[in-house]
Design a protein around this ligand. Structure first.
Ligand SMILES: Cc1cc2nc3c(=O)[nH]c(=O)nc-3n(C[C@H](O)[C@H](O)[C@H](O)COP(=O)(O)OP(=O)(O)OC[C@H]3O[C@@H](n4cnc5c(N)ncnc54)[C@H](O)[C@@H]3O)c2cc1C
Length: 301
């Protein structure tokens, strides 16, 4: 117990206890985090990992929470969310940008545009942070972050050391990669190509417009619930084909505009979303023999 008191007092304002996770997920759902840690800088983050290891405290990483459902009983141990000091954009070469992992994707897209760099426009369509985008290999309309990534800087929570990993040493797949779950990304280098600002702006506006037409906005969702099977066979098609479009569980419903988007209509519980997920998964399997795989991450007890 006294060890734990030492542990909590050591990190001052960066560490809080019993924090409502619903405020940190786009679903607006979930119980409390036992501890919530927002490191000021990487020195404090490294120190935290050492102490968490000593005190046997589990750690979980969070970006902008646009792909994460927290369970109703919350998360044991510490949820780590990088503070605003990990949000920055820097032009380090003519066509290379260094960004903090907490930087929102759309800010990176804006920064690239301001510096006349193309191929990063798709980031303006993704509501998360760069750290989350790399873990998820996020993308849309034939672009994904692996195509523009050069390298990442990470801290290994077990070894308590900082390392740089080149893109070539990471195996990216659709909406994922083979990075160890022990690594927290703290920054990344991204590469663009020089182009005219007006052209970049048009491309960016076109993508945002296309996205608005096909997907709902201003709702409590984490985007696509399931991964697509292939370019031709999308998860929403299977959901539609299986006749689950109107399924609901309590206040957990399916978007009328895009049936792979599940929504908290207001008073849903996380368990309602999970039950809806299971119900749809079962029906799709029954009808099509396809086992849908989750794109969203579910964390907690
Ligand atoms: C309306 C809407 C539209 C969306 N459209 C798209 C789309 O077009 N394409 C697409 O790919 N996705 C889309 N998404 C899903 C989501 O925005 C992406 O997956 C996004 O990249 C997640 O980033 P995040 O920072 O919110 O991650 P979180 O939800 O916070 O975390 C996701 C995962 O990344 C891990 N993680 C986050 N940060 C770090 C870090 N610094 N180091 C290590 N691990 C970390 C977390 O542990 C978790 O496993 C959409 C979501 C919404 C709500």
């Amino acid at each position: 117990m006294s060890n734990l008191i030492d542990f909590t007092s050591k990190f001052g304002e960066s560490l809080s206890k019993k924090v409502k996770l619903s405020n940190y997920s786009w679903f607006n759902l979930g119980g409390d985090a036992e501890f919530f840690f927002k490191p000021r800088d990487k020195t404090e983050l490294l120190e935290f990992f050492k102490e968490a290891k000593k005190n046997d405290i589990k750690t979980t990483f969070l970006g902008a929470g646009s792909n994460t459902l927290f369970r109703d009983n919350g998360v044991k141990g510490a949820v780590i969310k990088l503070s605003k000091n990990f949000s920055f954009t820097r032009l380090i070469e003519k066509d290379i940008i260094e960004v903090g992992a907490a930087t929102l994707d759309r800010k990176v897209a804006e920064f690239a545009k301001e510096n006349n760099l193309t191929n990063l426009e798709f980031l303006s369509c993704i509501p998360g942070s760069i750290g989350g985008a790399i873990i998820m290999n996020s993308g849309c309309y034939d672009y994904d972050i692996s195509q523009i990534l050069i390298s990442i800087r990470v801290i290994d929570k077990k070894k308590c050391e900082e390392i740089e990993i080149k893109k070539e040493d990471i195996k990216f797949v659709y909406r994922g990669n083979n990075l160890s779950e022990d690594l927290i990304i703290i920054s990344a280098k991204l590469k663009g190509s020089s182009d005219k600002k007006e052209k970049i702006e048009k491309k960016q506006n076109d993508l945002v417009h296309k996205k608005k037409l096909s997907q709902p906005s201003q709702i409590k969702t984490c985007g696509s619930t399931f991964k697509n099977i292939s370019k031709e066979k999308k998860a929403w098609m299977l959901i539609k084909e299986s006749g689950c479009e109107n399924y609901e569980e309590g206040d957990a419903v399916i978007s009328k505009k895009h049936c792979n988007f599940f929504i908290n209509k207001g008073k849903a519980k996380s368990s309602d979303i999970e039950n809806l997920i299971q119900k749809v998964k079962r029906k799709v399997y029954e009808k099509t023999k396809v086992n849908l795989e989750l794109e969203i991450k579910i964390l907690g007890e």
